[in-house]
Write a protein that binds this ligand. Structure first.
Ligand SMILES: [Zn+2]
Length: 327
């Protein structure tokens, strides 16, 4: 996600925290999903929507590639952007990390947050006809690519929870009536110095890089599946349309850990520009065990997100057509 970050060039967009879980993370999730979809009707339906040679790992990065400057966009992306000018917001919600559950209407949620958008994608995929009469004006193909990406983002803790910081540089929960400035998914927390990497980007890309180095870059998705095989508790409860909110609630629990033993300090004022209002940013230092813990967390989340993307698609396209959910 680079919702609050201005990027000046294509080069800038390919580094740092520009791409949600980073291309490597989203691609791994897509490949893990394909593993769990092997031989299913759902994969046959997925192939019909994707282009020849395209698979879920490529599809999973489409919504981030749609954020690039206009000259890099395909006609399909341009059309999506024109109909969804605020599509950058679709990738996250900003729930105070102290909260225990995703609840529609609380601080940091809105009609264009990641949970609502993924719910719409599921509805579009479940609809009997492939038309664009939906709030996003998207067809099933774009709904599939959005879903493949957003399931991944929903498993990045800082795409669900964030912190709010009061005048004393302490974390507060606005839902209790306290006033605090939001940290933009921890984009406003810099590691070690004011110019240090944002904590958000650390979780998007550094953790995935550490996980690849840890498990092996040769076949990273295969290593994820082997090291973290699916568990019964990864399955969603009830109808597939309710799973996004369940996953957000679970990920919010991990967001709490992102801020554990973190103390914002050395606040500095960042002036208003064409993308941001005037706001404060802070410097933070990570506790000694943070790096290993965040890496281990992300390894599980990537494997789980891949399994859940497959589960979502299998729920949309069950094996027998007569089992298909009523629209
Ligand atoms: Zn994203």
């Amino acid at each position: 996600m680079f919702r609050n970050l201005v990027f000046a060039s294509f080069a800038a967009a390919t580094i740092g925290n520009a791409f949600g879980y980073g291309n490597a993370g989203h691609q791994a999730i897509g490949t893990v999903a394909e593993h769990y979809l092997d031989g299913t009707r759902a994969l046959t339906e997925v192939r019909k929507l994707l282009k020849p040679g395209e698979n879920l790992d490529r599809a999973a990065t489409w919504p981030d590639r749609a954020k690039l400057p206009d000259q890099y966009l395909t006609a399909e992306m341009k059309d999506f952007v024109a109909n969804n000018p605020d599509h950058h917001r679709y990738h996250y919600c900003d729930i105070p990390f102290q909260q225990s559950a995703y609840k529609d209407g609380i601080t940091g949620t809105d009609k264009r947050d990641i949970v609502h958008i993924l719910e719409i994608c599921i509805q579009v995929l479940q609809a009997p006809d492939d038309n664009r009469e939906n709030p996003l004006k998207i067809d099933k193909r774009v709904a599939l690519m959005l879903a493949a990406h957003l399931v991944g983002d929903l498993h990045q803790p800082l795409h669900v929870g964030c912190s709010y910081v009061d005048e004393k540089d302490e974390f507060v929960d606005p839902e209790t009536g306290a006033k605090g400035q939001q940290d933009a998914g921890a984009n406003y927390f810099h590691l070690k110095t004011r110019k240090g990497s944002p904590l958000h980007g650390y979780w998007d890309t550094q953790t995935v890089k550490s996980a690849r180095d840890h498990l092996g870059v040769e076949d990273f998705p295969g290593a994820l599946i082997k090291t973290y095989p699916s568990k019964p508790e990864w399955d969603g409860q009830g109808p597939v349309g309710t799973w996004p909110a369940q996953w957000a609630t679970e990920t919010l629990g991990l967001a709490k850990l992102c801020f554990k033993e973190i103390t914002p300090r050395d606040r500095f004022l960042v002036p208003k520009d064409d993308k941001h209002e005037e706001h404060f940013e802070w410097v933070i230092t990570l506790p000694p065990t943070y790096q290993d813990q965040s890496r281990d967390t992300v390894e599980v989340e990537l494997s789980k997100a891949g399994y859940r993307l497959a589960a979502l698609l299998k729920a949309v396209w069950p094996e027998k057509k007569e089992d298909a959910p009523k629209p």
